[in-house]
Design a protein around this ligand. Sequence first.
Ligand code: 5GP
Ligand code: ZN
Length: 137
Amino acid sequence: MADCVFCRIAQGEIPANKVYEDQSVICFLDANPASKGHTLVVTKSHYENFTTVPKDLLSHAIQVAQMVSQACLAQLGATGVNVVTNVGRAAGQSVMHFHLHVIPRYEDDGLGQLFTETLSLPSDQLLLLADSIRQGM
Ligand code: 5GP
Ligand code: ZN
């Protein structure tokens, strides 16, 4: 995709601080990091998001994210990691090319919990929700 920033980084047309690369994924530092070492794991082929990337490639990408996470814990003094992927604009996805965020976490880094607001739903709604999801699988 000529107008996709991550395709262009994968093809070497736009520079990035590369962390890792193999045949099918490339990892580089996020240009607007949430924390020190915030790394993106990006498939070299263009898929819109987590829900459309082929299973084998997804498995590989998550294994690479594990490797990056381990390296952040071992090398950066991080004591935790958030691994996140955003699907769709409602979820905050801004680059429509599948990627995983590896966000190293540090004691008192000020980022807090990812989900601070929670819903309290009645049990009949919980049953319906679980049922709806089951029917879609
Ligand atoms: P999303 O919001 O789609 O889950 O995450 C996209 C991420 O890509 C953002 O955190 C943003 O800072 C990062 N990003 C966008 N454009 C570039 C770029 O050209 N280079 C790098 N290194 N990161 C980028
Ligand atoms: Zn792309």
